[in-house]
Ligand binder design. Sequence first.
Ligand code: ZN
Length: 349
Amino acid sequence: MPVGTQGTVKAVPQGTLEDLGAQIILGNTYHLYLRPGHDLIARLGGLHQFISWPRAMLTDSGGFQVFSLSKLRKLTEEGVRFRSHLDGSSHMFSPEHSMDVQIALGADICMAFDECTEYPATEERAAESLKYTMLWAARSLQHFRENQHKVPWHGDVTLANPMNSDESPASQSLFGIVQGGMYPHLRRESAERLVEMDFDGYAIGGLSVGEPREFTRQIIAEVLPLLPTDKPRYVMGVGFPDEIVEYARMGVDMMDCVIPTRAARHGLLFTSTGRMNIKNKQFADDPNPPDLNCQCPTCSRYSRAYLRHLMQTGEPLGGTLNSIHNLAFYLTTMARLRTELDSGIGRVL
Ligand SMILES: [Zn+2]
């Protein structure tokens, strides 16, 4: 899932994302709550309408950004009080408030409000943090079920429910998030209790927070078999191309990451022959497309020399063209994997 933090996958127009085959993109609750505000987006018909994106969307709960961006966090059982990274103003996010904001934004998939445990964390600290996440998961679910009819597009029967194969009226779905740091027994406890609560899908959060990659893999391998296979299983915040291939083969259904677009804006391209820093001098007079095996709009039309020139001169088109290629590389990688997995090869968990 390409990440569209501010209601835009940075530098790439929505029509291009459709052409690249993106089926779902992410929006960011924390950022959209602060600017332009969830009430304004609801008045304009919800996030799909506001950004003109007819396909599926997912919003995170805001918990991760409160954890990573805001200043002066104060955590209580009620929720988190924090100061905006924009103007220092004081705000409170609770599970109930996060659900209200996500229902107003109106994405197809909402995420339970959790606390992302930092790395490294002692076992005591991870257990304490998990206590909040589990308490907040139950409160998120209850508040969501009681208020989901307030979604801006409620009652629009022309929308099919993306979570169902039938034509039942559209409704939002809510996923629970497994936490527990790098401690397998806490992860197990978290997964089992969330499955009992019966969410529409399950995510593994608190990964890609600075831990060695071997830990990431171990936690995914530990948790996946505990999550029902008939519901989506989502690993948040991963990863590099080889990682998404590995995790998809393990049985992960959904992943999101800023890497393809963020790396692109810095001139790093992922290609069929490995990583390429397009800013390198060796590409200054190279007439070849960035990736000889790629049919994306960038590779079909532009040379390495031109992309390097755009980066050298700081032209915004450079970030756009690089992002289009990297997204195409990720999306075609996943499309190939889906075909491979459909044919029964490669699934291990
Ligand atoms: Zn390309």
